[in-house]
Write a protein that binds this ligand. Structure first.
Ligand SMILES: [Zn+2]
Length: 197
């Protein structure tokens, strides 16, 4: 059967000979070896298989309320990330950017500490040091090159997700080894403390 499904948050159109079913994927949690592996590059673009992976990753990220997701987090050791662009108003439309074989380079060497969480380390947060401004590259689902600059949360999400492709979790980038814990404790003992200063 020919089917033509338009995904209004990804901008992906899938035309295929099978009926497309969206799946919410299982997220790999801290301790699973897939999170520590270096992922391999994608060489074939425009395939229904690639589109389905990204489509399912998007649905999974939305379901878990994430702002970014990397393929190893859904047990797939491939260089694919997706993220919401935090600079875009998402009141009416959630815009998700898929990026295949992504790389980034810092613009300047200025770094900034900020609290991060990860869908693979649920319920916890850590204070992580990341580049403030970056340039990133990658490919879209059709293999078209994407180049962009980012700063603030946008830059942090991209760095966090690309780290996943190299088997690096934010827990190995803590700006202070004690700045890691359960969300409630972090809010009670770190964030409120910071606000008082
Ligand atoms: Zn993560």
């Amino acid at each position: 059967m020919q089917t033509d499904i338009k995904n209004n948050y990804c901008g992906i159109t899938i035309k295929s000979n099978y009926i497309y079913i969206v799946s919410i994927l299982k997220i790999a949690k801290l301790g699973h070896p897939v999170l520590l592996k270096k992922s391999t590059e994608i060489s074939k673009f425009s395939s229904d298989a690639l589109k389905k992976i990204v489509y399912d990753m998007s649905e999974t990220m939305i379901d878990y309320n994430g702002i970014g997701l990397a393929a190893p987090q859904v047990h797939l050791s491939k260089r694919i990330i997706i993220f919401r662009n935090p600079d875009i108003d998402e009141e009416h439309k959630i815009q998700i950017t898929p990026l295949i074989n992504p790389v980034f380079e810092p613009i300047g060497d200025e770094k900034e500490d900020d609290w991060e969480g990860c869908l693979s380390i649920p319920g916890m947060q850590g204070l992580v040091s990341r580049y403030k401004k970056i340039k990133y590259y990658g490919y879209d689902l059709e293999g078209k090159k994407i180049t962009n600059e980012a700063q603030g949360l946008h830059a942090k999400v991209v760095q966090h997700e690309i780290d996943h492709l190299d088997g690096v979790l934010y827990t190995s980038r803590l700006s202070n080894k004690n700045a890691f814990g359960f969300e409630k404790e972090i809010v009670d003992f770190w964030k409120n403390e910071q606000n008082r200063k």
